[in-house]
Design a protein around this ligand. Sequence first.
Ligand code: MOS
Length: 770
Amino acid sequence: MSELSLSRNPAHLRHGSNIGQPLTRRDGVLKVKGEARYAADNHPPQMLHAVMAVSSIARGRVSFLDVAAAKKHPGVVEVMTPANRPPLAEDPDAKTHPFMFRLELLQNDRVRYANQPIAVVIAETLEAATEGAALLSPRYDVEPARVGLDAGESFVPPTVGVGNPSEIKRGDIEAGLAAARKRIAATYETPAQYHNAMEPHAIVAAWDGDQLSIDTPSQGLAMAQGRIAGLFGISPKKIHIRSPFLGGGFGSKGLVSGPQILGILAARLAGRPVKLVLRREQMYGPVGHRAPTRQTLRIGVDSDGLLTALDHHAKTVSSSFDDFFEPAADASHTLYASPAISTSHEAVRVDTGTPLFMRAPGEATGSIALESAIDEAASACGMDPLAFRLKNYAEVEPISGKPFSSKALRECYAQAAMRFGWSRRPLAPRQMRDEAGLLVGWGMGTATFPALMFQAQARAVVRRDGTGVMETGAHDMGQGAWTALAQIAADGLGLDIEQVEFRSGTSDLPDAGIAGGSAHTATAGMAIHNAGAAVIAKLADLATGDERSPLYGAGNAGVVARQGRLFRRDDEARSENYADILGRAGLAEIDASGSGAADPAAQSTYAMHAHGAVFAEVKVDPDLGQIRVSRLVGAFAAGRVINPHLVRSQIYGGMIWGVSFALHERSIMDHRSGRFLNADLAEYHVPVNADVPDLEAIMIDEHDPHVNALGIKGVGEIGITGSAGAVANAVWHATGIRRPEPCACAKTDAVSQAMLRLRSMGCSCRRSGA
Ligand code: MOS
């Protein structure tokens, strides 16, 4: 794989002396040696093991559990069912804000989806608990499962995502389509996908009176603490959560899940510490997923190649008992200009666990449909898809009308297209073959993701010995927060990173917000930056007000902090180190706090997004229909890059997930039973090394002065959004087949029909004229 390319004025330009450095992960050695302690690695004395029994039906009631048989099993200590589950202070089906999701905590015998927890067996060993769970031999009153996008009557959800309007219309779509020279209408389906993080959801919970100590992975420590406090009716201060490392989260660990709460309940029931770890198939149900979608786009284009209408309608599902609606159509709000734009959603209720956030929720599903449809519109007009996009990119955000705070999208396209060699692409499909006779196709997709910020706090300390401390309860799910945030901390304190103790990953530290929405580095980073500035300001006050200091009287000129010293800004020959300043003041250390949040004034003025452009090459076997991605080149503008190593890794991860979205990942459900057919890593396919193409990620230098003082946008999710569409469009260019459209005769199944079309043959009914 190629190295991260850097433009002439690199976005990783040094800020202080730590930001911008390509440091390797500070926790890397621990991880490689197996010494990083993940939640399930904790074994407090007297710990018991809990194993969930989960439902094998998707809808109905549990009519019998052989609790006696399980309890008789050697090593089994207790069986928790609705009959003896300890009381909760809050109804698990209560919902008091949109970020709260209903949980299955053995509140009754009702089954709402396959793999729903129906009992928990607690034993001295994992084996005994597993065997005990098997002995429960549940019986059910089965009701028919509602499965799939056509399972029932659809309705318009009140909101999609978190509080977005379900329908947005600007201009007259029908008039725009009527006035168009070319029109396309296309429907795309995306399957349900599951997070499949390497580390399953796990918890080790220990009660000491009404104090609760927890080891569990969390993308949002303060929110988890608050949710647990509410359920158990105790103060959040009595709950101590440790989450130093997550083995992946991707949104599924953003909110504390039902199984994690069951672990805490099991510990309460047994009166001993309990460990509960989900088996891989148990992650298909109670911990969220990406909902399937069926998206219809209608696009009109005039004789100049300009859009006259863009209509994006998405159908999706939620569970029978809760509301999360994948905001897929919202992807059409931010990229292309059109006098008429309409986005709308509808949903049906099905018997699955509630869908939730999964890496780029909305943007990932929506952009693959939007970018495929834009490609179809370009080819309907006989235009090169790059030229078509460049003609139609919005110069202000189309729905809000706000200018972009910065937008290097055209630069992304220019650099990635050149690197990829796009100018050599034949316009028509099915024109290129490699030496082995495989069909070769080139396609492109646009990447976009909002530059979000949540709220965070940090506390900074400077010590007389010349070291510093930065505290914020941030979350490292593998993306490198321990390193990137420590780099921001070091610059904020004017110290080298080796002199800064970066404390993170526990709930007793200041709230670092959520590691989600690609907003963690910006939000926690700004809290750290501001805490650093606050402690340096205190130090400066001590020095500039003291006539024994070389900085005396520099108050108005200001000082800069660097290498453990304050320098007078207008005369750097005058400086003093932190130790002397604190020593003279008789202080061992000095501390201050800071917070990070979006600036409402800037947000109401500007549209804030990261952008990117991805080019894909695929090879398709014309006989077997096998598709492989051979090359992926992306360029991304995401503001300031704190650490180019970590950013490259994040972007690569997103790009690989784009390949996976387009070609590998889908969960398959038995429509008769509502059970999963591939709920494991053997049959739910994710790319392995052999599936990963030659990758290149170019970071475009982008200085965005409006997103936040550090200019950080975030890179966690944007990589997936361009790559999936680029692969889909490359498959069309290789084969001439956009979507397998089954022949109405239904004599041949969809896969066989797609294969026939690959070989430029129609369904047999057409060939025979039947
Ligand atoms: Mo991400 S789906 O915002 O954790």
